[in-house]
Design a binder for this molecule. Structure first.
Ligand SMILES: [Zn+2]
Length: 408
């Protein structure tokens, strides 16, 4: 059965990459349920031949994905720093004060809004995962546990809410109905308000072989050009773009109503031109990715096979969604990697979906002293190798697999 593009409705037939099938990346397994069946879904990415939106077909309701989400943003120190710097910048640039309204969509555990709240700026979060939203409420951050879209936005408008600043970090890619979602922003945004969207940049994904950032929770893989097209369809306009190092290379878009008097900055045409140079406006830009990823898979397995032949012990650090894509696509289980560790207590003492590699607290590394520690969240490799520098005492080495096998 042919799926349709979630933005323009054209039939999808051109494969960007087929990563076979995999369980939901954030469905960590409680050891008590080790005998239970685990659902696997196709992880097949298409590019729309009409609008060039790179996307997974929808296969299951988002309610089942995000109902009991295990990702708590506040467990990443570098992500908290990122949030704090963003707050300082936006408060200064927009002169936000006690009369302003800041709304964050997918506000997680309040990792960002807490910094606005500290400055007595009114905040409101929208977060569908109930267990995560509960953590935000404990911090005193008003949070609505809803899926955001046009209906939810209209209900908020009816209660007199108009947002001077709306923000959505790493959520645009996660929404199945991208048109309904973006329409919600148009409705809730004050006349001269601004929206910032952050999302991993498709150009970086392609150039740096970040295939492991493909997982079921990520429905779309976004270029600036495609997002501009989607926003335009909803009377919104990008007026500035910043390139950020987060998540392996992200874009932060500054967006206003189409009719706003804000001038469009030259940063917009600069990024559009880079995407044009990479041929992202033709199918050619998407054709070689799958073969390049298959080559990387063989290099990863080559490293692991050689290390095991030499009798080395290998552990991993982190239990991010991207790690699960990589481990399942490459077929890596406890035959190669004994265990992984994670700072988030919600993930500790569970098993990774699919690969069933056990997750422990970070201290486990110092108890077992492995020869190699594979950092699965490679985007945080500096932070993690700094925290775990002590492994060099027993000759332990760090490894990352993307964009290439690197050992240090
Ligand atoms: Zn399309």
């Amino acid at each position: 059965m042919l799926s349709k593009c979630r933005f323009c409705g054209a039939p999808l037939s051109f494969t960007f990459i087929d990563l076979a099938s995999s369980p939901l990346s954030n469905s960590y397994i409680n050891p008590e349920r080790i005998g239970a069946m685990e659902p696997f879904y196709p992880l097949h990415v298409y590019v729309c031949e009409r609008c060039f939106l790179v996307q997974l077909e929808e296969f299951e309701s988002p309610q089942s994905i995000f109902g009991d989400y295990a990702y708590f943003s506040s467990f990443s120190t570098s992500w908290l720093d990122h949030a704090k710097r963003y707050t300082e910048k936006m408060v200064a640039e927009l002169s936000l004060n006690t009369n302003s309204q800041v709304v964050e969509i997918a506000s997680n555990d309040g990792y960002l809004l807490q910094y606005f709240k500290e400055r007595n700026i009114p905040v409101l979060g929208v977060e569908p995962a109930k267990n995560v939203a509960a953590e935000a409420v404990k911090k005193g951050i008003p949070t609505e546990t809803e899926f955001f879209g046009a209906a939810q936005a209209a209900a908020m408008c009816a209660r007199g809410i108009a947002a001077d600043l709306m923000t959505a970090n790493n959520v645009l890619a996660h929404v199945p109905d991208i048109n309904d979602f973006v329409e919600g922003f148009r409705l809730l945004l004050a006349k001269e308000g601004i929206i910032t969207f952050e999302f991993p940049h498709l150009l970086r994904l392609i150039e740096e072989l970040q295939f492991d950032t493909i997982y079921h929770e990520h429905f779309s893989y976004l270029s600036l050009s495609v997002v501009m097209r989607i926003l335009q369809a909803h009377e919104l306009r990008v007026f500035k773009v910043e390139e950020l190092p987060t998540h392996g290379g992200s874009l932060r878009l500054y967006v206003c109503h189409r009719m706003s008097e804000r001038l469009t900055d030259s940063s917009v045409s600069r990024v559009v031109e880079a995407e044009h140079q990479a041929k992202l406006d033709t199918l050619e830009g998407y054709m070689n990715f799958e073969l390049a990823v298959q080559t990387l898979k063989r290099k990863i397995l080559g490293f692991l096979i050689q290390a095991k032949d030499e009798g080395k012990a290998i552990a991993a650090y982190g239990a991010p969604a991207k790690g699960n894509t990589l481990l399942n696509y490459c077929g890596i289980r406890t035959d190669f990697i004994d265990y992984t560790v994670d700072r988030s207590p919600a993930k500790q003492d569970s098993l990774l979906p699919g690969s069933r590699i056990p997750v422990y607290a970070p201290e486990k590394i110092f108890e077992t002293r492995p020869d190699y520690v594979v950092i699965l969240p490679w985007n945080l490799k500096d932070e993690i190798s700094g925290q775990m520098a002590e492994i060099s005492r027993w000759g332990g080495k760090f490894v990352t697999f993307v964009p290439n096998v690197e050992v240090w």
